[in-house]
Design a protein around this ligand. Sequence first.
Ligand code: GRG
Length: 297
Amino acid sequence: MTQNNFDAFRTRCLARTESTLDEILPPVSVQPSRLHEAMRYTVLASGKRIRPLLAYAAGEAMGVENDALDRPAASVELIHAYSLIHDDLPAMDDDDLRRGRPTCHRAFDEATAILAGDALQTLAFQILAEAPGLRAESRIRMVETLSRASGSRGMVGGQAMDLEAEGTPLDVAMLENIHIHKTGALIRASVQMGIRARGDVVPDHAERLDHFAKCLGLAFQIKDDILDVEGDTSEIGKTAGRDLELNKATYPAIVGLTEAKEMAKRLTDEAHAALEVFGGAADPLRWVANALLERKH
Ligand code: GRG
């Protein structure tokens, strides 16, 4: 991988993401200011912005200009931020720390956190519906893609399956099914944004990109489980303290650490293989896939 090229791509996309998020989030000066503060507190914290990066990278593979993807990339990040707020609530994981600082309900209060999550979710669809530089059909398909991916047959469904499975023994297929929905659906939707922005994609190319995203989503989750076991050595990880929940079903717990690492590597290789037909245009997707496998937090 050409590290300089990846760094330049990442820096450019992250700058676009931060400025779009700042622009579309309501200012604290507007009422209800505490709610707007909670929304900005969560979204503008230091996330890795993997999903926006994937949307821009898929757009590059499709020959779509970056500015057509500003809103779609930000919309996936808003859904992700809402899911983190709700996942951290006492009724779910009851976490005190997120991204190295107090979770939204700790920094504000539970009711404000619930409402901030709700408002982020609806804002995601609003900015997609209003997105400039895209044809109406692309915007409608994006709204459809993101709503399917985040609803009861996507991310929310995965969370429900995860809660239902708590305390019961899981095999790899069951764990995989949870993660395909809980984490994978939104990763897949991020890549779909690039396809939807283009509109006239050859079906075979759309399927290959989707297969790339499915493999990557699972590899991402397995790597996350590996980091839980091996320890997150990043500054955020050290201060946040990744909480290793011993009764939680994870890939290393089910197949062992060595096999989990092999699985993440195999899936990343399969993701790369799906990109072959795209040549150099898919390099940003390749860089993101490698960076996810090698990440330290
Ligand atoms: C509560 C509606 C609802 C959904 C919850 C995605 C999710 C479903 C919960 C998040 C909890 C969690 C740890 C899921 C595993 C996936 C994962 C590693 C999420 C964290 O995503 P990153 O690493 O986070 O992209 P940053 O902070 O970098 O944005």
